[in-house]
Every structure is written in C-alpha cells, then in structure tokens.
Design a protein around this ligand. Structure first.
Ligand SMILES: Nc1ncnc2c1ncn2[C@@H]1O[C@H](COP(=O)(O)OP(=O)(O)OP(=O)(O)O)[C@@H](O)[C@H]1O
Ligand SMILES: [Mg+2]
Length: 243
C-alpha cells in the first residue's frame, strides 16, 4: 500500500471513530471537533496540535503527521482583486521540492500532498520530535556561546549579569536558532539559512524546528506574511498583498 493510501485509510478511521466527517464537511468545525473529542483522541494515542494557521494530527504509531491549513490568508493583486486563499501547506510542499533540487532535503521534514478530501487539502509531513524544550534549550545554549564569543566573555564561567544581558538582548531573536543549527549541521547551516531567505521562509522561531532522531530539522517552513508573498512570487502567482 502506498503512503497516500495508508494515510487516507487513517483519515477514514478518524471519520468512523471520532466523527472527523464534521471537519471534512466544514473546516470551520475543526476547533469544535477538537474540543469534543480531545480526551478520547488522547486516550487512543492521537495528538492534535495547532499553530497560527495550521492543524496537525498524528498517532503515536505513525511515521507521518497529517497537516492542513485551517486559516487561509487571502491574496490580493495590485488592483486589490482577491486571488483566493493562501494554503500555507501548499507553500511548504513547494519549498520542500525546491529543497530537494538544491540538495538540502535533509534539513527540512519531508512534506508531500496527500490530496483533497471534502473541504480539506491534506499534506503529509515526516513526524518529528517537536518538544519545544529540547529545541529551545539547545538553541539557547548555542546562542549563549556565540553571544559570549562575540562579546569576549568566557561562556563556561559567566556571571549573572552576563546571563541577564544575554536574555535581554539576544535569547529571543529568531535568527539565533541558526547558531544551534550551525553546531548541529556545520557550515551548511548558512546555506540552509540563505535558501530560507531566498524562498521567503521567514518564520523560523524555535517552535518551528524539531528533531528527526538526533538530526535537528525544520518542521514549519511555510513562510508567513512577507514570506508568503515571496513564495507566491516564486510559484508564479503575482500577489501584492496577503492578509
Ligand atoms: N512534522 C511534525 N511532526 C510533529 N509535530 C509537528 C510537525 N509539524 C508540526 N507539528 C506540531 O504542530 C504545530 C503546528 O504546526 P506548524 O508550526 O507547522 O503550524 P503553523 O500554524 O504554521 O505554526 P505557527 O504558529 O508557527 O505559524 C507545531 O508547533 C508542532 O507542535
Ligand atoms: Mg509553527
């Protein structure tokens, strides 16, 4: 059985066991569905996560997660004409194909289109460990080392004032996740970083990374806002605004 058919079957199981049909019929029912079935889903080994625009559903036995956009920003052309919704998952699948072409696929969790079922375009993404603490603490340690190097401090013996200065100025900066990536990946991290900015993948905070085994990997590379506009441009869609 192909992966696509396997995960179509899993969606059918969700329909049969947890009335997921109410979401397939109308994506606006997603939060109501989650509220209603949250405990039953957890008990059965599922997790349902959501970010600003996307929902993610997976089972503890699955190798992939199901991902879909429930909150589409509208795209407009220069004359203010609405060109339709921006499916951020479609962006992700597009960026993944570009990453494959650029030889950088190992740094992005694989994302493929599963198909449209009912109201929803589903995507599959390799399931990663997205424990924010694991990514955040690694990222903070790496950023701290690089902060100390930059300022001429000894990171093995830093005072409370130095930690404070670091937390005030540096710790929350999205870009610092690449200090951690550089530690993990070596110098290719800089190629990945410039590939991201070329593609408009600008939303690269700690919550958008995970681990595949021991490998640090980007799990949310859909871009956002300006990023979405860049991606649309790369895909040949002439949008002027997206909100
Ligand atoms: N490949 C994955 N494996 C495991 N969990 C995932 C995966 N992709 C996403 N998740 C979980 O789902 C959450 C939402 O996914 P994602 O970050 O892609 O959505 P988003 O709406 O674009 O988020 P944001 O709020 O950053 O814009 C993640 O924070 C993570 O907890
Ligand atoms: Mg995210």
């Amino acid at each position: 059985m192909t992966i696509i058919n396997e995960y179509r079957n899993y969606i059918n199981e969700l329909v049969e066991q947890f009335n997921f049909g109410m979401v397939l019929e109308n994506i606006d029912n997603f939060f109501e569905w989650r509220r209603k079935f949250y405990e039953d889903l957890c008990e059965a080994g599922y997790q349902v996560c959501s970010g600003f625009c996307r929902a993610v559903i997976f089972h503890e036995d699955w190798d992939y997660v199901l991902k879909f956009t429930y909150n589409q920003d509208q795209m407009y052309d220069r004359d203010g004409k609405c060109l339709g919704g921006m499916d951020y998952c479609a962006n992700e699948a597009f960026v993944y194909e570009e990453a494959v072409k650029a030889g950088l696929a190992d740094y992005f969790a694989e994302c493929i289109y599963l198909g449209q079922i009912g109201d929803i375009n589903f995507y599959l993404m390799t399931r990663c460990d997205c424990d924010e603490d694991r990514v955040y603490s690694g990222s903070c340690d790496a950023a701290f080392k690089s902060f100390c190097e930059f300022n001429g401090y000894d990171h093995t013996n830093a005072s409370d004032e130095i930690y404070e200065e670091f937390h005030d100025q540096y710790c929350e900066d999205d870009d610092n996740i690449f200090d951690f990536a550089r530690e993990q990946w070596g110098s290719i991290a800089d190629r990945v970083k410039s590939f991201c900015s070329e593609m408009g993948v600008n939303d690269i905070h700690c919550g958008n990374w995970g681990f595949l085994g021991e490998q640090l990997i980007i799990i949310d590379y859909a871009g956002y806002g300006y990023g979405a506009r860049m991606i649309a441009k790369n895909r040949g869609i002439a949008i002027d605004a997206c909100y």
